[in-house]
Design a protein around this ligand. Structure first.
Ligand code: AMP
Length: 556
């Protein structure tokens, strides 16, 4: 039986190794020698700072306050003193180690902790609820601290906080399992994708090797990580790179994975939380309109008078624990399904084209349930039109999908590309333009945009040519004609007088414009005739939005 001391020895050595390869090797040789399945399972999970798999609804329900209280009970050192240590050491784990060390000098008896014992206590804690449960948890935890050596207290605390600080990410766990049991890393990864539980994968690998891993399949009511999308570089590039392209609206809602099997519906959020209870009307609709034995992927949106409401409303519904029926009235929802990954069997390896066929068969459309329409086209103009339709209908843009591709859980890849008009709009000065072509030759059909600097200089950031209806262009042409300062061929220079509100997909650094920035896919939203040129957005704001993109990308 594996002792907690042996496990913490491993943790301590990992904390001092910086090389990924060495960490992998160290874990591989450790797990290779573990005899019991349970010990192996616990080791893998605990190393990753998890007590239960990511998707599990079990949780210790232990907060920082409870840890302080358990430490006080077991060592006699109070919160204020430990907080001082935390300020000094920057880590509650190290501080717990320190207070337990001080206490240990006087204590005599110490029961040896095992991973099995820890698991039992954790299970007991997570089963507790209601009155008195916090007190009981505090006692259980303080008993653990009493049995802990100082170094064990460090890792026990970190484990409870779900932050081991070992530098062991999913990639290292995957490679260590592959190495320990002589299996190809890709097979280990696939097994993880379908089970979402590296503990289970390790145990299967140990007992049945490669074949056992290949036998692991998606199971209804256990969530699967969702396939993600990359930003499309451009429509042209997407059309060039993807031979069979399916274009769908990118709905402005919230991702859901719906499992319907054995008479039961379970709905998971993008973070794999079970949100079923918050969505009773969707559950009802699914039961009466969807074939049983499926896992569907889609988007829930909030609608009012046929128009999507901002997606924050959907999130409010998801978070709701009480008074749900009132919310059903207040924030009506509907769901658009766009994929299926299980249809009486796992079907992630079928090409999207085939999955779509299965999807349309599995779902009967109604008021609240739809299958996302998909247009198969490689024509950039048509894609742009679909993009405009989506945005005009209040959605985010379009998804460009490779119809020949498999469903790859948890991966952001080139088989799904997103093209969206971002929400942060800019108010920019119109400083130039261009006459249109063909039937638009008497209309000004593109406009050059600039932000301003603190001296009021105009610094160009791009050109907008989409988002206008013909009617818009007629009106704008009339409005701008008196502002033409100079013309050369089709090119026009305007007196800076009007401000446009524009959306865009991204801000890039660019040497092309004097501002140093360029907008990708700018779209006209409206003429801000309530704003003067001096009130247009500044170069500082453009720079800030540019920086913010990186922050929000990290959180995706
Ligand atoms: P993003 O959140 O910007 O990375 O964009 C990807 C997200 O778009 C997915 O996680 C979905 O929640 C959402 N989405 C909306 N419509 C679709 C669609 N038709 N296909 C796939 N994802 C979609």
């Amino acid at each position: 039986m594996l002792t907690f001391a042996e496990f913490t020895e491993l943790c301590k050595s990992l904390e001092h190794i910086s090389s990924t390869l060495e960490k992998t090797a160290r874990i591989a040789s450790f797990i290779k020698n573990i005899e019991s399945d349970d010990d192996l399972y616990n080791t893998i999970l605990f190393l990753s700072g998890r007590i239960y798999p990511e998707w599990s609804e079990r949780d210790l329900g232990v907060g920082i306050g409870l840890i302080y209280e358990a430490l006080r009970m077991s060592t006699g050192v109070d919160r204020r003193e430990i907080e001082n240590l935390v300020r000094e050491k920057g880590d509650l784990g190290l501080s717990a180690e320190e207070v337990v060390r001080k206490k240990k000098q006087t204590s005599l008896f110490q029961e040896e902790l095992t991973l099995k014992k820890l698991r039992e206590v954790f299970d007991e804690m997570s089963d507790l609820s209601g009155e008195g449960s916090q007190k009981r948890k505090t006692i259980l935890l303080s008993e653990l601290y009493i049995s802990c050596s100082p170094i064990e207290a460090r890792y026990l605390t970190r484990l409870i906080l779900k932050e081991m600080r070992l530098g062991v990410g999913e990639g290292i766990v995957r490679d260590a399992i592959a190495r320990a049991f002589g299996i190809d890393g890709e097979i280990v990864e696939r097994a993880y994708m379908v089970t979402n539980d590296y503990g289970k994968v390790a145990v299967s690998a140990k007992n049945g090797g490669r074949d056992a891993l290949l036998r692991l399949k998606i199971t209804p009511h256990i969530p699967v990580k969702m396939m993600l999308a990359q930003v499309a570089e451009s429509i042209e590039e997407a059309v060039r790179d993807i031979r069979h392209l399916g274009v769908e609206w990118k709905f402005d809602g919230t991702r859901v994975q719906v499992h319907y099997s054995d008479g039961r519906v379970t709905i998971y959020s993008r973070r794999l939380e079970n949100v079923t209870n918050a969505l009773p009307e969707i559950v009802r609709e699914i039961k009466s309109n969807v074939k049983e034995g499926v896992i569907l992927d889609g988007e829930i949106i909030a609608v009012r008078d046929g128009k999507p409401m901002p997606f924050q409303h959907v999130l409010r519904r998801f978070r709701r624990k009480h008074g749900i029926s009132a919310m059903v009235e207040k924030i009506p929802l509907m769901v658009y399904f766009y994929d299926i990954i299980y249809d009486d069997e796992e079907i992630i390896d079928l090409p999207l084209m085939e999955r779509r066929k299965r999807l349309t068969k599995a779902v009967r459309e109604g008021e609240m349930i739809k299958v996302a329409q998909q247009r198969i086209t490689g024509d950039p103009e048509e894609i742009r039109r679909i993009f405009d339709d989506a945005v005009n209908a209040g959605h985010e843009g379009v998804m460009l999908k490779n119809l020949d591709s498999r469903y790859i859980p948890g991966k952001r890849g080139k088989n799904w590309l997103k093209l969206k008009a971002t929400m942060e709009t800019l108010d920019l000065v119109v400083v130039g333009g261009e006459w249109g072509e063909g039937k638009r030759s008497n209309l000004i059909s593109s406009f050059e945009l600039a932000c301003i600097d603190e001296y009021g200089n105009m610094l160009k950031v791009g050109k907008v040519a989409t988002g206008f209806t013909d009617e818009d262009l007629e009106e704008l042409t009339e409005l701008f004609k008196p502002e033409i300062e100079a013309q050369e061929g089709k090119k026009i220079i305007f007196h800076p007088r009007y401000v446009f509100e524009v959306a865009y997909q991204e801000i890039q650094k660019s040497p092309k414009y004097e501002s140093g920035y360029a907008l990708r896919f700018p779209r006209f939203i409206r003429l801000r005739d309530d704003k003067s040129v001096e009130e247009a957005d500044t170069i500082e704001r453009v720079a800030r939005l540019y920086e913010m993109q990186f922050r929000s990308k990290k959180h995706q």
